[in-house]
Design a protein. Structure first.
Length: 257
């Protein structure tokens, strides 16, 4: 019996040592600096992922001023306030002044401002009694819109990468003067093709109204179908057709052919 006591002590000591090692191993993962560092690295990545979508929210906003258009009674120049690609305010920073022009400006400009915001384009009605001011306003408005669209297109392109080259854009040709009034064509181009054509100016008044209603829709369709200014003149509307083709060619030249 006395010889067995040392053996018992050895067994007990060994068991105590094994238990201690097991306890140390079970506590090590919680105190491992590498594990703690890896666990701490995850939250910053998650936080950054939540903040990144906020970038670029203000693209397509600001103020755009069109070219000053000279009329018989003075210059007209339009400035637009744009928010997320839409016109929120229109104003004339220049308008005819002096004598009767003051009255016509006070009559016409507020109406033209409202119509520009409502239409979101230069396709607005001429104010009766202020034809020259209205025409100058529409031309300057179109100029401002033309300046606004490339900026918006550029912002979209920077966000979408190479897909921006396929985005549609709008180009307005120069106004072609005819015997019965100016003709001006605006085209929408996508992937190098005309997808839409429209006349932003066309002869008006009397018989010209009938000829315009007859010719313009056909010319618009032919421009899209042909993809060029090589289109036929509409019978009975030769002057309008010729002016249309000249303005259409001007728009195509601006769009790169």
């Amino acid at each position: 019996m006395r010889k067995s006591h040392p053996v018992r002590r050895v067994v007990l000591a060994t068991a105590a040592t094994v238990s201690g090692v097991v306890l140390l191993l079970s506590l090590k993962p919680a105190s491992d600096p590498a594990a703690a560092s890896a666990a701490g690295a995850a939250p910053p990545v998650s936080a950054a992922g939540q903040e990144s979508p906020q970038g670029g929210a203000r693209a397509g906003s600001g103020t755009v001023t069109g070219d000053a258009e000279q009329t018989q009674y003075g210059a007209v120049q339009v400035r637009l306030t744009v928010s997320t690609g839409k016109i929120t305010k229109a104003e004339a920073v220049q308008a005819p002044k002096g004598g009767l022009s003051d009255q016509k400006t006070q009559l016409a400009v507020p109406r033209l401002n409202r119509e520009a915001v409502a239409a979101q384009s230069a396709r607005i009605d001429t104010v009766s009694g202020a034809t020259y001011t209205s025409d100058g306003y529409k031309k300057s408005l179109q100029s401002a819109l033309d300046k606004m669209k490339p900026a918006a297109s550029g912002a979209a392109g920077s966000a979408s990468g190479s897909s921006g080259s396929a985005q549609a854009r709008t180009v307005t040709g120069q106004a072609a003067q005819t015997q019965y009034g100016p003709v001006q064509v605006r085209i929408t181009v996508s992937a190098g093709k005309i997808t839409k054509a429209e006349a932003v100016q066309a002869p008006k008044g009397g018989l010209s109204d009938q000829k315009t209603q007859l010719a313009i829709p056909r010319l618009n369709q032919e421009a899209v179908a042909a993809g060029s200014a090589d289109i036929d003149a509409v019978s009975g509307a030769t002057y309008t057709s010729t002016g249309y083709r000249q303005s259409l060619q001007s728009a195509l030249d601006q769009a790169g052919g």
